[in-house]
Design a protein around this ligand. Structure first.
Ligand SMILES: Cc1cc2nc3c(=O)[nH]c(=O)nc-3n(C[C@H](O)[C@H](O)[C@H](O)COP(=O)(O)OP(=O)(O)OC[C@H]3O[C@@H](n4cnc5c(N)ncnc54)[C@H](O)[C@@H]3O)c2cc1C
Length: 678
């Protein structure tokens, strides 16, 4: 069958079926409303068109199409574009000149995970004026940002920064791809939907360590946990009755729950892990800690729509506040400071809409707050705040010598293991043959009509958090070497293994033919540290990023343990029967168990990639211990300047980083409000 000849009619069906159901089922009192159907329409059209076609890499061979077919495609895209315009968020302004005419109490740089929280919370006080400057545009305006499965379709597009690390000396010299939220292009985004939507916040002891490092009990778990509750709106799911609701936030803006789709293999992975002795964890985020296995909690709501901090915090009411201004496509180029006696004070920030366009300055009366994560450090350096040596290298006048800016870069490295699956796996992103394309269409119909099914997967479906020194899993006779404990405490993990419903390489660029499944090992508490440095003084030039993966041998040894655990789980019931263990395809790993530990170390160095969690380049720590900000997230030595994003983490958490970032921002908003009252 010719894929292209039936594809337009599939798209037409996708449009027609929800419309039809919308009419008939709403009249019967069903949850499907016209509004919902209309809301889904553009997503359906565009996703259908893109996913089914995918001709660009020649994975699906399409024969010549008729003029009628081409016209159908053009019509589908035209409808999508028109509706997309209707969804654009009119409250987000693009007029830098207008924004710079006024003064603001707080200027927030970067409207990502932390920035949206801060803008919304600080502007709750009508007496303060808040400006948010974001290099991208609205993530909400992008249809793919709302469909759980669709986020990877954005990765190699203009909406996502195409960052690469420096060549990694301990990972076979390869540069690693670091996709990040929108950047400097006219239609990139405030809140990049490039996230796997996983809501694992880290272990309680991680935060107790934070409090110890900075010497402030407010950051310790017992006090800090209220900020996780503050952003969370946990939506109970009857399939997960064991969650202790008393530990959950119930009325925060971020809807969180067990609503994502998980494949049969991922569900059986949970059982296989428990059969191996890994305890079932009803909730990775409870007071009892992270250790255990379960399907993952996600920032996907009960309608199987992705939740971002933009969608959750920038409600219509918040955007309507007269004391909040959000300027998009506004790249901050530096912080403006003045010296009063010995004191360096922040006066405002400079920004531009394009590299060659005019630069605007805008005044801050109280604080400028950097929430631009990887670029927070770049902005500091471009403003003359950082290590003198580094500033001298680029002939930047030193405003304040701050030696640790840009050091301490740490990330979660991940290594994949690939299996041949017996179960058919729909390749939602890139169907490789007619059968897979048909399964995709079926999944789309299910999603757009019932809001269920495989399109509601977040990819990282189930996970186990373990310790690499757990002798039940890693018996001493097989693993005699003693490895330094880098966890935050006895109840915290340093390894995670998680499943994805098919195998891929290069961040989804390469999919293996046929039915596959993958399990991944993540090192949660690496010892290796890297740096972020300026490449040039051009704010449009991405900084040089060197996570220095695997520079510490223990990191490699722990990941080898992760691979051994994956291979054991794969042979465990009830997961094992889903795999064809005799498959000898070179790219798959059914013979990996035959490799020695030294050979597995080579696999780790060859395959290591990022889990997209770089943190700690503007650490909250005492100045003498490599700190850049204090317990109030104030930059040492510069008045009126704070950093609030994942770069302030004193140590990387042994979970995923968005939750910790949201809580940090909630906490800072409270700190600032408290200062205002004082
Ligand atoms: C592909 C991917 C998948 C991920 N999956 C998960 C997951 O499943 N679960 C999880 O917990 N975490 C996940 N993370 C990590 C998590 O998203 C980040 O740790 C978190 O978003 C960090 O928030 P932030 O506010 O520090 O930075 P960001 O959310 O990245 O926000 C920074 C913002 O600053 C803007 N900006 C940058 N420079 C400038 C400038 N010069 N001027 C103005 N604005 C600027 C950017 O456009 C961006 O909007 C993922 C990350 C990626 C990239």
């Amino acid at each position: 069958m010719n894929v292209k000849s039936w594809a337009p009619s599939c798209v037409a069906n996708i449009i027609n079926v929800p419309l039809h159901l919308g009419v008939s089922r709403t009249s019967q009192g069903s949850i499907l409303t016209y509004k919902m159907v209309l809301k889904n329409l553009p997503s359906a059209v565009l996703l259908g068109a893109l996913s089914v076609a995918t001709p660009r890499r020649g994975i699906v061979r399409l024969s010549d199409s008729s003029a009628a077919n081409r016209l159908s495609w053009i019509a589908a895209f035209a409808v999508a574009l028109v509706v997309k315009q209707m969804f654009k968020r009119s409250k987000l302004i693009q007029d830098g000149a207008k924004a710079s005419e006024e003064e603001y109490d707080y200027i927030i740089v970067g409207g990502g995970t932390a920035g949206c929280v801060l803008a919304a919370r600080l502007s709750e006080d009508p007496s303060v004026r808040v400006l948010l400057l974001e290099a991208g545009g609205s993530g909400q305006a992008l249809m793919f940002s709302r469909i759980p499965v669709a986020y990877t379709l954005l990765w190699r597009t203009k909406h996502v920064w195409q960052f690469y690390t420096e060549p990694q000396a301990n990972a076979n010299g390869k540069k690693k791809f670091w996709p990040r939220g929108g950047y400097l292009l006219n239609d990139s985004m405030v809140q990049c939907p490039d996230r796997a939507a996983r809501a694992q916040m880290g272990a309680p002891e991680d935060y107790t360590r934070w409090g110890e490092i900075i010497g402030d009990d407010a950051w310790k778990w017992d006090n800090f946990k209220k900020y996780f509750k503050k952003f969370e709106r946990y939506m109970p799911n009857p399939e997960f009755p064991d969650v202790d609701l008393s530990t959950k936030g119930r009325d925060g803006p971020m809807r969180i729950g067990y609503f994502s789709f998980a494949s049969k293999q991922s569900l059986d992975f949970v059982k296989a892990c428990t059969n191996l002795g890994i305890p079932y964890s009803p909730d990775f985020n409870g007071d009892k800690g992270t250790l255990g296995v379960n399907k993952v909690l996600t920032y996907i709501d009960e309608t199987r729509t992705r939740v971002s901090s933009e969608s959750a915090y920038f409600t219509k009411d918040v955007l309507a506040r007269s004391n909040l201004k959000v300027v998009v496509n506004a790249t901050v180029t530096r912080i403006i400071t003045e010296k009063v006696g010995e004191e360096v004070r922040t006066v405002g920030v400079e920004f531009a809409h394009s590299k060659d366009g005019p630069r605007y300055t805008v005044k801050s009366k109280k604080d400028a707050i950097l929430s631009a994560v990887l670029t927070s450090l770049q902005i500091l350096l471009l403003s003359g705040i950082g290590p003198t040596e580094e500033l001298n290298k680029h002939n930047i006048a030193v405003v304040h010598d701050l030696p640790s800016v840009g050091g301490n870069l740490v990330d979660h490295p991940v290594v994949d293991v690939y299996f041949r699956s017996k179960l058919p796996t729909p390749k939602w992103v890139k169907p490789q043959n007619v059968g897979e394309a048909l399964r995709l269409v079926g999944a789309m119909l299910q999603y757009f009509t019932m809001r269920t099914g495989a399109m509601a997967t977040n990819f990282g479906e189930s996970a186990a958090f373990v310790r690499s020194d757990d002798t039940k899993l890693f018996p001493e006779e097989d693993f005699p070497e003693k490895i330094e404990d880098t966890t935050s405490g006895a109840g915290s993990p340093d390894l995670e293994i998680f499943t994805t419903p098919f195998a891929y390489k290069d961040h989804g660029e390469v999919l293996f033919p046929g039915n596959t499944f993958a399990i991944h090992a993540v090192l949660l508490r690496p010892k290796s540290r890297g740096t972020l440095r300026l490449k040039s003084t051009d704010p449009w030039d991405a900084p040089s990023m060197d996570p220095n993966y695997l520079s510490e041998r223990e990191d490699v040894q722990k990941l080898v343990r992760g691979l051994r655990l994956i291979l054991k789980v794969a042979k465990q019931d009830p997961l094992s029967p889903h795999f064809i263990h005799t498959d000898q395809t070179a790219e798959l790993d059914h013979a990996m168990h035959l490799k020695s530990n030294e050979e597995l170390e080579a696999v780790v160095r060859e395959r290591v990639e990022t889990l997209y969690h770089p943190t700690s380049t503007c650490r909250m720590a005492p100045l003498a211990e490599g700190g850049v900000v204090d317990a109030g997230l104030r930059v040492y030595g510069v008045r009126g300047l704070r950093v609030c994003d994942a770069s302030v983490f004193p140590e990387i958490v042994s979970g995923h980083t968005a939750g910790a970032t949201l809580a940090v921002a909630e906490h800072l908003a409270d700190i600032i409000k408290g200062e205002g009252r004082a």
